[in-house]
Design a protein around this ligand. Structure first.
Ligand SMILES: Nc1ncnc2c1ncn2[C@@H]1O[C@H](COP(=O)(O)OP(=O)(O)O)[C@@H](O)[C@H]1O
Ligand SMILES: CC(=O)N[C@@H](CCC(=O)OP(=O)(O)O)C(=O)O
Length: 299
């Protein structure tokens, strides 16, 4: 007689798939914008997992749009070329030479690397920048920094640091409708014709807002937003973020990251999630299983 007792490990696999079913049904046809940070990009294994996740999303009818960073890689190239670089509130002060190097690294090197990983995972990706097809028009960022001695805010010229002033989503819609996964570098032209370096989180948030995305994922190199004792904050409302900034809980790159989450959520994105890009398949686990991961920002 045949033994029909199911093998426990096989059963667990089947359960994982059936657990994913309602999520697949809920999200089919929706747009997910994924910000892939430079810090989450270091490990080739993790990069392959990330590409597989993105391809799987597309295969189950979700439209992923990848927006990538590359801060550490730009930093390494600037160092090799002997160009000094500094950050003000998480934004790289960008002179003309730095803008050129940032574009070379982001659009030339990292963008094509990600396109390659997605291709290797069986997906079809096209790499573009904010410059392409008028996707993003940049506007110069007016930098400000608190002067602790005088207790006032000083104006700081950040150079060619931009923020998205306009987003024309049509190129993303065209690519997505054709089964292609767009991969976007955060470089755009301003109305003044200059090339602007845009913080990748800010770029991704503006694109998530313009796409009316269901989910905006930000993959980085921490478990999520941590409190002062290093504990994970699992849920945040937009109003919490100003407080975390004011009391110094968040600093550096986490400031533009959370500000862009708040802007995206206020603009109609259902939820933003800061996720740990060091965890293999972090995105799949967050989307298709009951256990959430990282920090969810929702109105
Ligand atoms: N409260 C906080 N919780 C977590 N990370 C924080 C916090 N405050 C500052 N950070 C910093 O923010 C970094 C993530 O931002 P960033 O370096 O810009 O990452 P990415 O390159 O992935 O966009 C973390 O590595 C951490 O050093
Ligand atoms: C203006 C500004 O700061 N631009 C960023 C663009 C890349 C980026 O944001 O990369 P991560 O997401 O890996 O940090 C920079 O020059 O580093």
């Amino acid at each position: 007689m045949t033994d029909h007792t199911p093998d426990a490990a096989l059963l667990a696999k089947a359960e994982t798939l059936t657990e994913a079913l309602p999520y697949m049904q809920r999200y089919a046809g929706k747009t997910f914008v994924v910000k892939y940070g430079g810090h989450a990009m270091g490990d080739p294994e993790l990069a392959r997992d990330f590409a597989e996740d993105v391809v799987l999303l597309k295969a189950v009818g979700i439209n992923p749009v990848v927006v990538h960073g590359g801060g550490p890689q730009i930093g390494a190239m600037l160092k090799r070329l002997g160009v000094e670089s500094r950050f003000v509130d998480g934004l790289r002060v960008t002179d003309a030479e730095t803008a050129q190097i940032a574009e070379m690294v982001l659009s030339g090197s990292i963008n094509k690397e990600i396109v390659g990983w997605i291709g290797a995972a069986g997906g079809r990706a096209v790499g573009i920048a904010g410059k392409d097809a008028g996707l993003v028009v940049a506007e110069k960022v007016q930098g400000r920094q608190a002067d602790k001695l005088q207790g006032v805010e000083r104006h700081i010229d950040l150079g060619f640091v931009g923020e998205p002033a306009q987003v024309d989503r049509r190129i993303l819609d065209t690519l997505s409708a054709d089964g292609i996964i767009p991969v976007v570098a955060p470089i755009a032209i301003g109305a003044d014709g200059h090339t602007y370096n845009i913080n990748a989180d800010t770029m991704a948030g503006a694109i998530a807002a313009a796409m009316g995305a269901s989910r905006f994922f930000l993959l980085t190199d921490v478990a999520g937003v941590l409190d002062k004792d290093g504990r994970l904050l699992t849920d945040l409302a937009p109003g919490d973020v100003a407080r975390l900034r004011a009391d110094g809980t968040i600093s550096g790159g986490m400031i533009p990251k959370l500000e862009t989450c708040v802007a995206a959520v206020n603009a109609g994105v259902d939820a933003a999630v800061v996720l740990d890009g060091r965890v293999p398949h972090a995105m799949l686990l967050e989307i298709f299983t009951r256990q959430g991961a990282g920090t969810l920002i929702r109105a």
